[in-house]
Design a protein around this ligand. Structure first.
Ligand code: 9PG
Length: 490
């Protein structure tokens, strides 16, 4: 155990930890994993809260205000954040947190390990805990962007960072939702053919059931034929799957409930809610499940020919529950993704969605860093849910994760160019465009025949541009010669 002072530049702060801190530089320390408390020098200030999975809320809050979290719905909390470590009356988040100091600098505590690390703050302390010790803590003080970037670089060093680049992606979800078919894909792809997209990605709607990853009746020619439709037009073929979950009525869950993570009641554990009900998680520590995942991904990549995969609802593989092997939940998750990566090889682009963020470093090429966008700004039916679909929530979460760019490509979700079938005004459309430019991931779902001529031009121009982006402040960026202040939208 350690109790003493750490020197961070001209600040001398009391620290209690499970082991002695080791100075990295003038204003940086590595501290053994475990419990950490550091007394910070400002009374009332802001705390940076980092959400556990892709959809979880991230952002700055005044310590005197109510904590940033999902309130009022245990179902939403289970699906879109780390329900096990929720602190209804205290500020806390996953893996990393920071305090804004009076001089404009920050004090950051970030985990360089798994074990569901948690970071929180009170008016006088910044604290860290873990469910299971792994790796180390990074404690640093300095200018905001510099310190976040330094943390991201250390995460990349510890977990690895991949080279995969998505390029420009067309995704079926935010126009057609589940109503896709091979005919619709054929027509849509034909219209996209002279636009500079790299990937055409089919989203949810092709499969027999979540859990049963075979083509449904709307894809009678099979998935290999649909891949040919896409690749013949000159695009990489992408596919959505949520391989670690199964719906209760799926053949998988009905026939092999023993392969699911078990609840304390001796039934499969509910891992979250979507598609109008609960879903279960596969117990990825079982040999039969590993064999199932190898077979699935060999088929999707080797037989069907997809080279870009959006793997969704992956956090379900990182929940606490009854597994056959006693491995920590975040390690079980990472092992499962590593097995998928090993099966598909290095050249397949893996986009993680609904993934635990830090545990996905080094295994995913890209990661969704916010909740779903929608063609409207706010969802009035879901007040108090910062993970509710909508452009505002997607923007707020994503912009507070742009610092993750050294770790993987950061996907803020699609940009809308269409004015029809959308309630977004021109400023909001432009905001999503700039957000995607700043985060470095360009995608849209607009079918060409939903776009007016000037909207097609705007889309083409944006896809073709290779902007220079520089960050000038927390929400201020320079995109080529234009200074863009996103602050007014926060
Ligand atoms: C397909 C969709 C799209 C989308 C994904 C994901 O928090 N939630 O309950 C929640 C549910 C669904 C959801 C996101 C969050 O959508 O993000 O892009 O692929 O699945 O079903």
């Amino acid at each position: 155990k350690f109790a003493g002072l750490v020197q961070l530049g001209d600040l001398s702060l009391p620290l209690r930890a499970d082991g002695a801190p080791r100075a990295l530089g003038d204003r940086e320390y590595l501290i053994p994993s475990g419990s950490v408390t550091v007394v910070h020098p400002v009374e009332a200030t802001e705390f940076f809260r980092h959400g556990w999975n892709s959809w979880s809320p991230s952002g700055w809050r005044h310590v005197g205000d109510a904590p940033l979290r999902i309130h009022g719905s245990p179902e939403r909390l289970l699906t879109a954040d780390d329900a096990k470590n929720d602190t209804p009356h205290a500020h806390s988040g996953s893996a990393v947190g920071a305090i804004a100091l009076a001089d404009g600098e920050i004090l950051l505590l970030g985990a360089l390990g798994l074990g569901a690390p948690r970071v929180g703050a009170t008016a006088t302390t910044l604290w860290g805990t873990v469910e299971e010790p792994d790796g180390e803590w990074f404690l640093a003080r300095g200018p905001e962007q510099e310190v976040f970037t330094r943390y991201a670089q250390l995460v990349a060093e510890r977990f690895g960072a991949r080279e995969g680049r998505a390029g420009r992606v067309w995704c079926s979800w935010y126009s057609f939702y589940e109503h896709i078919s091979e005919d619709l894909v054929r027509r849509t792809v034909a219209d996209l053919a002279d636009l500079p997209f790299d990937v055409v990605q089919l989203d949810d709607g092709w499969e027999r059931s979540v859990g049963d990853w075979e083509a449904n009746e709307r894809f009678p020619s099979g998935m290999a034929a649909t891949v040919r439709t896409i690749t013949d037009a000159g695009f990489r073929a992408g596919l959505w799957l949520s391989p670690l979950i199964a719906l209760p009525h799926s053949d998988f869950a009905v026939h092999r409930p023993d392969l699911l993570v078990q609840g304390t009641d001796g039934r499969p554990m509910v891992a979250g809610y979507n598609w109008g009900g609960p879903y279960y998680a596969l117990d990825t520590t079982q040999e039969e499940v590993k064999a199932h995942l190898r077979e699935l991904f060999t088929r999707v990549v080797g037989e069907w020919g997809f080279t870009y995969l959006k793997l969704d609802f992956m956090y379900a593989g990182a929940l606490e529950g009854g597994r056959s092997e006693p491995v920590h939940r975040e390690q079980a998750y990472r092992d499962a993704v590593a097995l998928i990566r090993e099966t598909v090889g290095d050249d397949v682009y893996l986009l993680g969605c609904g993934v635990p963020i830090i545990a996905s470093a080094g295994v995913f090429d890209g990661v969704r860093v916010g909740p779903d966008v929608a063609p409207f700004w706010e969802n009035a039916e879901r007040p108090g849910d910062p993970t509710g679909v909508g452009a505002k929530n997607a923007f707020l979460a994503s912009i507070h994760r742009s610092w993750l760019r050294p770790v993987f490509e950061t996907d803020p979700d699609v940009v809308y160019f269409r004015r029809r079938r959308s309630l977004l005004d021109d400023d909001q459309r432009r905001l999503l465009e700039d957000l995607a430019t700043v985060l470095g991931f360009k995608s849209t779902s607009d079918p060409v025949d939903w776009l007016a001529d000037d909207e097609v031009l705007e889309l083409r121009d944006w896809l073709e541009r290779r902007e220079e982006v520089a960050q000038l402040g927390r929400y201020v960026f320079r995109i080529d010669d234009r200074v863009v202040d996103l602050g007014p939208f926060v």
